[in-house]
Design a protein around this ligand. Structure first.
Ligand code: 13P
Length: 292
């Protein structure tokens, strides 16, 4: 199967009451682990790539080629979307689309509402022609993602009326409203505004993405899905699992130097962790579900 559009995946998920995980790819082993997990769980999957990860891995085209080759190698038949996460500019979105990404997020959440609408509209105009899905953020999600820090004092909840206007004026496919989740590790318990989520989903009708999936308790994940979250992003947790497994493998072999052995241990650990997430999000066994 080719990489597919994220839009239809999200509508299918919502109609069937589950969410698709966006797992962030930080290197080759992350991509291998997530594709293998998706195959073994028979689950759709979204591979999320930040601009920093693009720079680390050597560019958009190389990433598309890597994902396509791995899909061939593993005989992947489940739906896979390739998504640019938290893009800062029109230029990055165009590069990603040109390289074959099937979805882009334009993050204008630090801008005023009119400016966020303006940049999102421009991205939507280009992306729609190419059949590429667009996600955008409203309100500001606090925390740290790949070196981009939004101080807790700057984090703001999405306003329902802004979401309505935003969807009406941009025609974006997927909305990431700030609901109280944070990027990175939580200090204390997450307090998600389910009332906001409920209103936003009912008024806008578009699939919602829940960012900052690391550390959200399972009952909150389930409630968010029931209320209309169709996409859940996880990055920090996988990085923690990966580095912990690598540290453990190294500590058992202090004089060792065979890099692939430690990388494989780390890869197996995130694969197992992501399989657990797919079950928790309800996407396991859903690769074949049809749009309603
Ligand atoms: P975490 O790193 O908190 O899991 O959030 C990931 C994310 O939202 C990517 O956009």
């Amino acid at each position: 199967m080719q990489i597919v559009s994220m839009k239809s995946m999200l509508y299918t998920a919502r109609a069937n009451q589950y969410a698709v995980g966006q797992f962030n790819v930080n290197n080759l082993e992350f991509a291998q682990a997530f594709l293998q997990a998706a195959k073994e769980e028979d689950s759709p999957v979204i591979l999320g790539i930040t601009e920093a990860a693009v720079r680390h891995m050597g560019g958009y085209s190389l990433i598309t080629a890597m994902v396509k080759e791995l899909m061939k190698e593993y005989e992947i038949m489940v739906p896979v979307a390739l998504h640019l996460d938290h893009s800062s500019s029109m230029e990055s979105c165009v590069k990603a689309i040109h390289a074959g990404f099937t979805s882009v997020m334009i993050d204008g959440s630090h801008l005023s509402l009119p400016d966020n609408i303006a940049i999102t509209r421009r991205v939507v105009e280009v992306a729609k022609v190419m059949g590429v899905t667009v996600e955008a953020e409203i309100g500001r999600i606090a925390g740290e993602e790949d070196g981009v820090v939004v101080d807790a004092s700057l984090g703001t909840y999405a306003a329902v009326k802004d979401c309505e206007q935003f969807i009406y004026e941009t025609n974006v496919d997927c909305l990431a409203p700030a609901l109280g989740s944070v990027h990175g590790q939580y200090k204390g318990e997450p307090r998600l505004r389910f009332d906001l989520l409920d209103e936003i989903v009912r008024l806008t009708g578009v699939p919602c993405a829940l960012h900052g999936g690391t550390g959200i308790p399972s009952q909150d994940i389930k409630k968010a899905i029931t209320l209309g979250v169709s996409k859940i992003n996880v990055n920090t947790e996988n990085q923690m699992v990966y580095t912990a497994a690598m540290r453990e493998a190294l500590s058992q072999d202090p004089a060792g130097y065979e890099v692939r052995n430690y990388a494989r241990a780390a890869m197996d650990a995130i694969k197992a962790s992501v399989k657990g997430k797919m079950r928790e999000f309800g996407s396991s066994g859903q690769a074949e579900t049809k749009n309603i």
